[in-house]
Write a protein that binds this ligand. Structure first.
Ligand code: PHE
Length: 448
């Protein structure tokens, strides 16, 4: 046997570990902040349940019915044109591409944990300077931190599904949760800021919703649930028998949303308590605004900063691990090489690409490492989040909706969701999901 299977709780934690990641801490609050707060959250929830949940189950069925790596599972399940269909499994390369820039960001997080042990900068300009220096001038820090993260992630994957990935998640996911709860309690004690943050997150302002915002929310739902790049089928192939697939999926989605909202509450409490700009975007929100706000709390702020960045480290590492596993699993099965050997090949690729991402922000090499005028880092983020993940999700959904037998899907899901819900799910998968993702992608390409 190549892989030991997950335990039931191990599967839910590992899949939630994959879902909960930097997306929840970095993309989620940023997009909420830029798009009018709670209306965006409502839209996000709607799209998560109406579209992402449906497509998630489709991906799950590929892994569960195929019981192999993504390419072989699709090959096995396709009724005709097996070879052609199995190529769609290579969308898992998207996960490897994400891993390269994602681990660079986890590297920055590692650096900020280290910075948490000395006085933090409370002056906004200095904090901007500090962050920019890390990206554009301090090559050695960026590379050392990235390399440490790289080693940590690959070490965990090398131990296999049960003793590596499951074990890591069983420690890190509760760890992340406890740390966040502690920070949240502190945030609640800040009174006014917390109330403002809660209002911002929960009182809807629908005027902020435009087609572009809908696209962003759907993109976020896909990114956040690790869809379209083979993670879900791969983890599902290692599911124990008799797992309640619906309950597990709902738990995963629930944990993902919960942690996103907790992160949002923490970030915006600090932002509102100190009157910082809630529309600051991207990493700026976390690495600059939040740090200057923590700095105002003195030593308590240092503790908060360390706890916050450690929780981000946990969230990030458990996601990064899930990006490597699909391709590793494929190489091991297809070429009958050892897991370690497979990881050496993948590792070389990911490491080099990660360095390219770092160089693409480094002042002296930035113009060499750019594609279509974008730094390699941003280009990879765009290519994977906005193109590969939605297209991968479309193909997987289409495959399950139109190529798999309805009876085998019913056998898989029927006992957990009943006939009526199964029919609704099947209909949504075949018509609504595909139309929605296509429409949004076309809108994105054609523009307004
Ligand atoms: N879901 C992860 C996050 O929110 C990112 C991810 C994407 C993980 C694709 C695996 C695959 O950060």
């Amino acid at each position: 046997m190549i892989n030991e299977k997950f335990s039931k709780i191990g599967f839910v934690l590992a899949m939630a570990g994959s879902a909960v990641g930097l997306g929840n801490a970095w993309k989620f609050p940023t997009m909420v902040g830029n798009n009018g707060g709670s209306a965006f959250i409502i839209l996000y929830l709607l799209l998560t349940f109406a579209i992402a949940f449906v497509a998630f189950l489709a991906e799950l069925s590929i892994g569960k019915l195929g019981e192999s790596d993504v390419v072989s599972s699709i090959y096995k399940l396709a009724p005709k044109h097996k070879k052609a269909w199995s190529f769609s499994g290579f969308f898992m390369i998207g996960a490897i591409l994400i891993a390269s820039f994602y681990m660079v960001v986890i590297g920055w997080i590692l650096k900020y944990i280290y910075l948490g042990f000395s006085p933090l900068l409370s002056n906004q300009e200095e904090a901007v300077q500090q962050f920019n220096t890390l990206l554009s001038n301090d090559l050695s820090s960026a590379i050392v931190c990235f390399s440490l993260v790289f080693l940590m992630v690959f070490f965990a994957v090398s131990k296999g599904v049960k003793s590596g990935i499951e074990k890591l998640n069983i420690w890190m996911m509760p760890g992340l949760f406890i740390l966040l709860i502690c920070i949240l309690f502190y945030a609640i004690s800040m009174g006014d800021g917390f109330v403002k943050a809660a209002k911002f997150l929960f009182v809807p302002n629908f005027s902020a919703i435009t087609p572009d915002v809908i696209l962003q929310a759907l993109g976020l739902a896909f990114f956040s649930l690790s869809m379209g790049v083979g993670v879900i089928p791969t983890y599902a192939a290692n599911l124990p028998e008799q797992t309640n697939l619906i309950k597990s999926t709902l738990s995963i989605i629930f944990i993902n949303i919960l942690i996103g909202i907790m992160m949002g509450l923490v970030v915006f409490t600090f932002i509102f308590a100190y009157g910082a700009d809630s529309t600051a975007s991207g990493p700026g929100l976390i690495f600059i605004s939040l740090v200057t706000l923590f700095a105002k709390l003195g030593i308590v702020g240092n503790v908060m900063a360390i706890a916050f960045f450690v929780s981000l480290l946990f969230a990030g590492v458990t996601s990064a691990v899930s990006m490597i596993e699909p391709f590793a699993y494929y190489l091991v099965r297809k070429f009958e090489i050892s897991r370690k050997m497979a990881l050496v090949y993948i590792g070389i690729f990911v490491y080099i690409l990660g360095l390219f991402c770092i160089f693409s922000y480094y002042a002296q090499t930035a113009n060499i490492f750019s594609i279509f005028g974008k730094p390699v880092f941003d280009a990879l983020d765009f290519l994977t989040s906005n193109i590969m993940m939605p297209i991968g999700a479309i193909i997987f959904s289409f495959f399950v909706g139109y190529k798999l037998k309805k009876e085998s899907l019913y056998l898989l899901f029927g006992e957990f969701m009943g006939k009526v819900f199964f029919e609704i799910w099947y209909f949504t998968l075949r018509y609504i999901v595909l139309i929605a993702i296509c429409a949004i992608m076309i809108y994105q390409i054609v523009g307004e």
